[in-house]
Ligand binder design. Sequence first.
Ligand code: 1OR
Ligand code: 1OR
Length: 377
Amino acid sequence: MSSDSSRRIQVPEELKEVLLQFSISFLVEQPPDVIDYAVEYFTKLQAERPSVGHTDNSTDDQLSVNSQDADAEPPVMASSRRKSVFAEAYDPEADDDDDGATAVFPKTDEQRARLVESVKNVLLFRSLEKEQMNQVLDAMFERKVQPGDYIIRQGDDGDNFYVIESGVYKVYINDRHINTYNHTGLFGELALLYNMPRAATVQAETSGLLWAMDRQTFRRILLKSAFRKRKMYEELLNSVPMLKALQNYERMNLADALVSKSYDNGERIIKQGDAADGMYFIEEGTVSVRMDQDDAEVEISQLGKGQYFGELALVTHRPRAASVYATGGVVKLAFLDVKAFERLLGPCMDIMKRNIDDYESQLVKIFGSKNNITDTR
Ligand code: 1OR
Ligand code: 1OR
């Protein structure tokens, strides 16, 4: 029971990370030959490694209060050595992905309607085409649970992935309670995505209803798109200092929630005074933040890669405090809608609020008076 007695052989973090990264690249790219691909992959990795020994990155884990500072951005090479978004335990056993036909579980109209309602907010399904979505819905089957039922046991092989229609579910790692789902959300995707044993135990606290999907369907229809998306945003999410307050697992969920948007030079992204629908992380390019002042707009800040904006109105529940424009070419952004913001960024709230306090002191410096940008707190 104690964490000491359950200690196994120590697997170095770096080994886990390298193997995991390799496996993900392999699964995403699906090359014909494992060995050839491995030689190519590791040769490239070695060539890209900085030639002078290892630099100390022990400060990587410290949270920077001034997280919007440009210097807080990590050097590009460091990102490969940073703790990966995907750095969970991984069992690099060969994949048994097979090609059988997708199962179809007939449903009544009432059942299908409930299922559609349950999956509406499942971020992993967002990028599916209509046809794929229908296959997914067909393949899902209902499972009723009673209080105390174990849905998943840590260490088991992954069979199904679950979407919650109702019920409260508690998650345990090594008998320690680490998470609770309340009538919404999904679980059981990790073992299927990364082909590793179940990372946690999930137990029903109340009676409830789950929608399950078997491993085969999950891997055939969702694996690629889910991997791609998590992989695509990995570097961005690692480069935003504020997001270090999140656990790796929480950052993966954040990757599922992001939507890419691009803006041309000069285009307005946010208009001062508008109602807010979400916030943005900068993947590429720079933006100019401007405030209305005596019938003109005054630039108050410029933000670049790894920085974020549009959080203020979400935190304060007020209209947009400033306008934001794309500058210097095409700007690539990752957009997080307000619902996902509220669900996923709770652990970053203190850091965001500290940065907002910073805006207030800047406001006084720039305009000489307080413009009430945050007064509702
Ligand atoms: P799975 O297939 O590994 C157990 O089976 C499931 O528990 C897992 O997929 C996730 O869907 C779910 N870390 C890992 N798995 C979690 C976590 C979690 N929470 C829910 N699951 N953490 C909690 C983060 C708030 C991180 C703990 C260090
Ligand atoms: P928002 O949702 O209000 C506009 O939409 C965004 O501009 C805002 O969130 C912030 O993310 C971003 N004061 C207010 N908002 C700022 C500021 C800022 N800088 C960036 N934003 N100040 C600049 C401090 C260097 C203080 C005002 C002078």
